[in-house]
Design a protein around this ligand. Structure first.
Ligand SMILES: Cc1cc2nc3c(=O)[nH]c(=O)nc-3n(C[C@H](O)[C@H](O)[C@H](O)COP(=O)(O)O)c2cc1C
Length: 391
């Protein structure tokens, strides 16, 4: 079986190894001059990704495709000229180091607060059911940022859903202009696309309605077709989290059926990869203290594998070389993503390859306004040992 450190052909792109840095929102953006500019990546963000360029594939933090997707404060986007311009130095610096970088595109749907949306409008979704129990980082009544309950959404009209497909395509075209090698469509973790795919949540009766498989996956498939048309086949990945509970997702008795159908359809439509949340946490909270592994069923994954000609990425709970390699050796997966380990280890690939110890980031630095602190100030192992030797 192939080594974690062997190159991999992802469609037309040659990855230097099979290690992936998955999307991680880090809230280190700068506000644009105009409200319509949205939040922008800055020089710190470029340094952060450049430091991690030895990764086979970097997938950027989630980006708003539209102002109506701005569910959380300090999230970058790709709907304005200012954002295209601000992302360009990031991709240039990763490329200069020989790296590959995709942009994650998202629409948060009902996981949003009206204080961040244009004109204080309600969040939009497949449904008008509120994500009870979910919080987003938004402005409180005193104008200060804090965690606030996600607001009650408004169900999008049929024409609005179709228009949203075009908005995704425009965002993909913008990502291409900004120099990204491809895009990942965020169809996981209870955000807008999953709000359509979940048969328990989606009670619509139109062509995007929940009662049939084709209808509840139509929104995703139309987006994939439109984005592949913009970017070309082999440059569009899709993130899925079957059985995930994040974002107050209700139990869906049809999850497996939907998942297998979606993967098979994505293969037909030229998707480059399926990025799976392989290890799920019981309460759906990525930062849960009571971490208990629950892996996706291998029999189900084998069926998905057989129907999809592209690559599979698994993410969730990987923290060492041995477990990652053992997963590759199952033959069910091609690439392994390490999320939280990437926060404190810019040279993660080298550390894994050489058996060097991994640094651990404190959770308090995950999302913060503290600028460089806990963001671009983690040394490589070589820098760390040089500093120790000098001391
Ligand atoms: C700080 C932080 C930010 C995250 N932001 C995103 C995001 O923007 N998009 C996304 O799909 N997942 C996001 N995730 C989930 C990660 O991509 C990953 O699935 C999760 O951390 C589990 O993998 P791990 O055990 O390797 O950390 C985030 C996770 C963390 C810890």
């Amino acid at each position: 079986m192939a080594s974690l450190f062997a190159p991999f052909d992802l469609g037309p792109i040659k990855l230097r190894n099979r290690v992936v840095m998955p999307p991680m929102t880090r809230t280190r953006t700068t506000e644009g001059d105009l409200p319509t500019d949205g939040d922008l990546p800055n020089a710190m963000v470029a340094t952060y990704y450049e430091q991690r360029a030895s990764t086979g594939l970097i997938i950027s933090e989630a980006n708003d495709i539209d102002q109506s997707s701005h569910g959380y404060a300090r999230i970058p986007g790709i709907h304005s000229e200012a954002q295209i311009k601000a992302w360009r130095p990031v991709t240039e610096r990763v490329h200069a180091k020989g790296g590959t970088i995709f942009m994650q595109l998202w629409h948060v749907g009902r996981l949003a607060h009206s204080s961040l949306l244009p004109n204080g409008q309600a969040p939009v979704s497949s449904t008008d059911q509120q994500a009870v129990g979910s919080e987003v980082f938004a402005h409180g009544p005193d104008g200060r940022l804090r965690f606030m309950a996600a607001d009650k959404p408004r169900a999008l009209g049929t024409g609005e859903v179709t228009a949203m497909v075009a908005t995704f395509a425009k965002a993909a075209a913008n990502a291409r202009k900004a120099g990204f090698d491809g895009v990942e469509i965020h169809a996981a973790n209870g955000y807008l696309i999953e709000q359509f795919m979940n048969s328990a949540l989606n009670t619509r009766t139109d062509q995007y309605g929940g009662s049939t498989l084709e209808n509840r996956t139509r929104f995703l498939m139309e987006i994939v077709d439109a984005v592949v048309a913009e970017f070309g086949p082999g440059r569009v990945g899709v993130r899925l989290s079957p059985f995930g509970k994040y974002g107050s997702m209700p139990n869906d008795p049809l999850t497996e059926e939907t998942f297998l159908y979606v993967v098979e359809q994505l293969g037909r439509r030229g998707a480059a990869y399926v990025h799976l949340l392989y290890e799920l946490l019981p309460d759906g909270n990525m930062e849960s203290a009571t971490f208990e592994a629950r892996h996706l069923d291998h029999a189900m994954l084998a069926k998905a594998r057989a129907s999809f000609p592209g690559a599979f990425i698994w993410c969730g709970g990987f923290a060492d070389r041995e477990t990652a390699q053992a997963s590759l050796d199952t033959g069910l997966v091609d690439l392994i993503a390490f999320g939280r380990p990437y926060i404190a280890n810019p040279d993660l690939v080298e550390r894994l390859e050489k058996g060097w110890p991994l640094a651990v980031a404190d959770r308090s630095v995950y999302y913060t306004r503290n600028g460089e602190l806990g963001f671009i100030d983690f040394p490589t192992y070589a820098e760390e040992t040089a500093a120790c030797n000098a001391a």
